[in-house]
Design a protein around this ligand. Structure first.
Ligand code: AP5
Ligand code: MG
Length: 207
């Protein structure tokens, strides 16, 4: 079973598809989620991270690398790396971490104006990890998670002007990540399709 590396713009559905794939025994590791956890803890490091995330910029490779390493157990689990790497240096770090374990890179191709709308309508349940959308996947009870009952949140970095910067940051580094791995390690999915169609395409490409 391959470890999976999800590369894609904000809102392209990386977290949504990772949640679908969990039934196949993958562990989902999202560096965005790990960073938000650190922010919640209110430590000086959390405050430093918050000042970067809230602008939509990338947190330093050193901080993210440390958080990632301390949350992995690659000898016993197969992972979906969601949102890591975000540049060539992080790709090098991940190469060292993964070693000779098998992996595949999945690139989520999406039309940015469409996904801007998705992001604005996204609501999250941080504890259960469920991802909702007011248009395409509304919760049964307005404002609350179907699974855990917790209150849903709207991410602070999901404001239009910050998302625009997140798109730019992704556009600036996408090619260096894709070039690092090369075509033989990489599959593309059309992330503009319905979630279930994206999932089918994904499952065909993960082995
Ligand atoms: P992160 O949390 O990783 O954000 P992101 O990469 O911008 O991606 P998103 O989580 O916004 O989108 P997604 O692709 O997961 O989409 P989702 O499934 O939720 O990172 C946040 C920040 O942390 C970064 O900006 C940076 O500051 C920092 N950071 C993180 N990793 C870092 C790293 N490695 N190095 C440095 N800094 C780092 O779906 C979105 C919405 O669309 C949902 O409402 C969903 O229901 C809906 N949806 C999903 N799929 C579909 C579909 N096919 N059709 C219709 N709607 C859909
Ligand atoms: Mg996500």
């Amino acid at each position: 079973m391959n470890n999976l590396i999800f590369v894609g713009p904000p809102g392209s559905g990386k977290g949504t598809q990772a949640n679908f794939l969990k039934k196949h025994d993958y562990r989902h590791i999202s560096t965005g989620d790990l960073l938000r956890e650190e922010v919640k803890s209110g430590t000086p490091l959390g405050e430093e991270i918050n000042s970067i995330i809230s602008k939509g910029d990338l947190v330093s490779d050193e901080i993210v690398g440390k958080l990632l390493r301390s949350n992995l157990d690659l000898d016993n689990h197969v992972y979906i790396f969601d949102g890591y790497p975000r540049n060539k240096n992080q790709a090098r770090i991940l190469k060292e971490i993964i070693g000779d374990k098998p992996f595949k890179v999945i690139v989520f191709d999406a039309d940015l104006p469409k996904i801007m709308e998705r992001i604005c309508n996204r609501r999250l349940a941080p504890k259960s990890g469920e991802i909702y959308n007011l248009v395409s996947r509304p919760p049964k009870r307005d404002g609350f998670c179907d699974v855990s009952g917790e209150e849903l949140i709207h991410r602070e970095d999901d404001k239009i002007e910050i998302v625009e910067n997140r798109f730019k940051v992704y556009g600036d580094t996408k090619s260096e990540i894709i070039n690092f791995y090369g075509p033989s390690m990489t599959a593309y999915v059309d992330a503009d399709k319905e979630p279930s169609v994206v999932y089918e395409e994904l499952v065909k490409n993960i082995n």
